[in-house]
Design a protein around this ligand. Sequence first.
Ligand code: HEM
Ligand code: NAG
Ligand code: NAG
Ligand code: NAG
Length: 515
Amino acid sequence: MDPLVLFSVVIFLIIVYLLRTAFQAGLAGIPGPFLAKFTNLWRLYKVWNWTFKQDLPALHEYYNSQLIRVGPNLLSCTDPRAVEIIYGFQSQFKKSDMVKAMGPIYQGKRQPTMFAAADNKTHAAIRRPVAPAYAMSKIIQFEPFVDKSMRLFYTRLDELFISTGNVCDYHNWVQYWAFDVISEMTMSRSLRFMEAGGDVDGVMKQLTKETDYRALTLTMPEIDELAKWNPLRWLSKPDQSASFALRCKRILQQRMDEQTSGAATTDANRPADFTSAFLEAQAKDPSISDGQLIGYAKANLTAGSDTTSVILRTAVYYALKQPWIAKRIVEEVDTKVKSFPVPFHTARFDLPFCAAVVRESLRKHFAFMALLEREVPAGGCELPDGTKLPAGVVIGMHGDTIGLSKDIFGENADVFDPLRWLPRAGESPESFEKRRKAMNAHDLAFGHGTRSCIGRHVAEMEIYKFIPTFFGLLEPRFVRPDEPWQLRQLFVFKQSGMDMYLKWRNDRSLASLGI
Ligand code: HEM
Ligand SMILES: *[C@@H]1O[C@H](CO)[C@@H](O)[C@H](O)[C@H]1NC(C)=O
Ligand SMILES: *[C@@H]1O[C@H](CO)[C@@H](O)[C@H](O)[C@H]1NC(C)=O
Ligand SMILES: CC(=O)N[C@H]1CO[C@H](CO)[C@@H](O)[C@@H]1O
């Protein structure tokens, strides 16, 4: 055949394919960026450029629609009424294919994880046996260990920054702390970031690399395939040879050996950590491999440290940028708190303003950059505004855009204002309760429904305790008070540039923590 004819045929077929993609049934009428109708490359570029999450609200505004098309088969929805339809306990929507790229790889095979399981059976099989380990009644047993790591946190801050007057890179230190806490809970071992005062064995760096890579594969899972034979040197696919995995593996192996040899019982007061829960699950179901256990632990460590530190940065940032907030936290702590670290129960139930700051931080900056994607089930669905979607279409909401809903969160939804979580002057208890319920039902910070965050209580214990303890003990001051923080937005939203000077408040010192 004439090469020119062949070439024309190929071009023709590509055009037909692109047009069919763009004008597929049920999606053709939904507005969105022109390129996004044809290819995921549009979104890949936005994610790569860190502007996907940031530009999403403006895109909805530009197209003046609660439903926009951000990929050939992907819709972003900001209609609060759709939360229950898409994520509710009764919903038949399953997780989209994007999560396939999420499972950790062990010995060349992708391990099924709770987060990444798409169908409800696999998901239930993974989640059900371990769910009890994440219940509040179990998590609260870890409070002494959270306290211990808080004491270490302040001891290190005192040594390195308070007593020397050096600048504290707060944005990093909260992550060291969150990491150490979650690794204590997961495997009764700390990764010792706080002791090192920095990265250990390049673990942190590796983790960022891995999550960055994941952010891109989530947009285009094909990248994962490409990376298998790695034609592009810059696309280095992270794998189990990485130091983080090796370190986890070593620690977990130790933990498992201890468990089997009975040595783990030396500390009788120690609550069973997640490793014990994994091991129990494995004893019941021997088909769960050690590799899976390591994958699980690693996934938990990543799920639990990046996200928690995002919220700890958000809360402290806005409290210092709007000094009335920090002032009010301090007043509340001074009247109600008797001991440090602030006990979880006090922090959660006796400090309404501090609790409101936590809720507002969770609302203001959703920790992930991606939509919470779900697939329209067989038979299609109808959205509250009457739009009908065919089966197989992927639809998602983003915590940031839903958080901007004025109907739900009030006219000032775009600003950080903890007061929205408290009764307003003159507001009747009934109308506050109604408002509060609506906000709770549309708060996507921890997701919603059967796939919502299983680690929520872990995160809440850390965050609720941290805020009043921090402001109760220290007087933080930004080094560059007039400059905004810097935002990195690939897989998780990550803030930096929160350098600060720290000093103890009046009569406070390490002794306030019983050290
Ligand atoms: C402030 C901290 C945290 C935030 C904001 C957060 C947020 C979320 C969100 C939004 C989801 C739902 C994802 C979806 O619907 O696609 C989720 C799921 C999940 N999170 Fe968290 N998370 C946090 C901390 C943690 C911690 C500490 C752990 C582990 C101990 C954890 C483990 C998980 C797991 C295993 C899932 C998957 C649950 C399932 O699919 O059944 N998270 N998280
Ligand atoms: C995103 O694109 C803009 C404009 O081309 C560029 O200035 C910016 O550095 C990019 N950001 C990243 C993170 O690549
Ligand atoms: C999974 O969903 C199907 C309907 O799609 C339902 O019949 C079944 O009970 C669900 N299974 C579990 C374990 O929730
Ligand atoms: C994010 C993630 O995958 N977390 C894991 C935490 O541990 C449980 C218990 O085994 C796993 O099922 C989860 O997948």
